[in-house]
Write a new protein. Structure first.
Length: 390
């Protein structure tokens, strides 16, 4: 078994690392302070062709797999861009996989090239305030009226909606009470359409970190969606959205590893240089051992992430591995970021050294897109054969 990146994957990492060098950590600190979307970074990635990495080449992309995307996103994260850089381009990489898999030829030709080229920005409209992770309980309604659907409802924690041109929207086309018991997922449909701000109120959420990539509440009041913007069959949207969930978890795992790795490098460098009581603090085992543990955990998380990506790209079942990789990488990344702050001591609390930003941003993979607890429940049920607990 060879765990090294292939020559092509290595070339991707080197090229992306070179591009990211044009956006140093001072750039990301400024974006964290002013909260402005990193348009320059987004357009640079689009101009270089990286936004279409996993989009089929017939539709303007590179046609590569989740393995290559994972290496790329890890490289972006460990450049110091962290989750701010990754989240600004995340949906371009995996978001329209349901369109590529289930859309008509006309939809693929119309929808995929603009995303691959970075000519549009999109947001991902699934989560609702009263449903949380129970996606089958979504209430936002899309009612068909002739050749269009009319949408009313609410979404929450929708990233990039302040700057988005489009939305990939999961909405209920059949009321829950009209479905047989246990079949609530059958009444959901998937749409990719214009985000018409005259019909959708976008309200920003003031949050802990990743300030330059906005998170929002969305209020739909009569958004009209043409029939040709529905992806696949009516009522099958839940099945379609699942197509992108495992890749999303794998990419987020790769990003968490990347953030953890730059945090570890920063901590180790500071420990070598910082002298207290006439010796570098890194000479003390109380500093050494936690950092060494971080390295071990991040290496393990990276291997599990690569395994999950390989399984996905080879058409194998990867749900357990994708979820486990996301869990392990988020925890390992968090511990590395926390240790980086502690290693820096008082300066770890300073924005000058950037590690406090890492710690704020690494909380995202621990929470989203699925909680640690639900991942453990999934593995207990699907892998260990234990009875469902929820």
């Amino acid at each position: 078994m060879n765990f090294d990146p292939t020559p092509e994957q290595q070339s991707i990492c080197e090229a992306v690392r070179s591009l990211c060098a044009r956006f140093p950590e001072t750039y990301w600190r400024e974006r964290d302070i002013d909260g402005v979307f990193p348009h320059e970074f987004y357009h640079a990635m689009g101009a270089a062709g990286w936004l279409g990495l996993a989009i089929p080449d017939a539709y303007g992309g590179a046609g590569l797999g989740v393995q290559e995307a994972a290496w790329m996103m890890k490289t972006v994260a460990e450049s110091g861009a962290c989750l701010s850089g990754c989240s600004s381009i995340h949906i371009n990489i995996f978001g329209l996989m349901p369109v590529a898999a289930y859309g008509t030829e006309e939809q693929k030709q119309r929808m995929l090239p603009p995303m691959a080229q970075g000519r549009v920005k999109a947001c991902f409209g699934v989560t609702e305030p009263d449903a949380g992770l129970n996606t089958t309980r979504l209430k936002t309604r899309a009612v068909r009226q002739g050749d269009r659907y009319v949408v009313h409802g609410q979404k929450v924690w929708i990233s990039t909606a302040q700057v988005a041109d489009k939305i990939l929207l999961l909405a209920r086309t059949t009321a829950v009470e009209d479905l047989p018991p246990g079949r609530q997922a059958d009444g959901l449909s998937l749409f990719y359409t214009d985000l018409d701000r005259s019909k959708v109120q976008v309200r920003a959420i003031d949050k802990m970190g990743r300030h330059c990539v906005d998170s929002n509440e969305l209020f739909f009041d009569g958004l009209e969606i043409p029939l040709e913007d529905r992806i696949g069959e009516e009522g099958k949207g839940f099945k379609y959205i699942l197509h992108g969930m495992n890749p999303e978890r794998i990419l987020l795992a790769a990003e968490a590893v990347g953030v953890g790795q730059i945090a570890l490098r920063k901590a180790a460098a500071y420990a070598r240089e910082r002298v207290v009581f006439d010796r570098p603090i890194g000479q003390n085992q109380g500093i050494q051992h936690p950092l060494a543990e971080n390295w071990v955990e991040l290496e393990a998380a990276q291997l599990l992430t690569l395994q999950a990506a390989w399984l996905h790209d080879n058409g194998r079942e990867c749900g357990a591995q994708a979820n486990a990789a996301k869990y392990l990488a988020a925890e390992a990344g968090f511990r590395a970021c926390e240790r980086a702050v502690l290693t820096h001591g008082g300066m770890g609390y300073s924005k000058e050294f950037h590690v406090e930003r890492y710690l704020r941003e690494i909380m995202i993979p621990r929470i989203a897109p699925v909680s640690r607890e639900l991942i453990l429940s999934h593995i207990a049920e699907r892998v260990l054969g234990l009875p469902k607990s929820y």
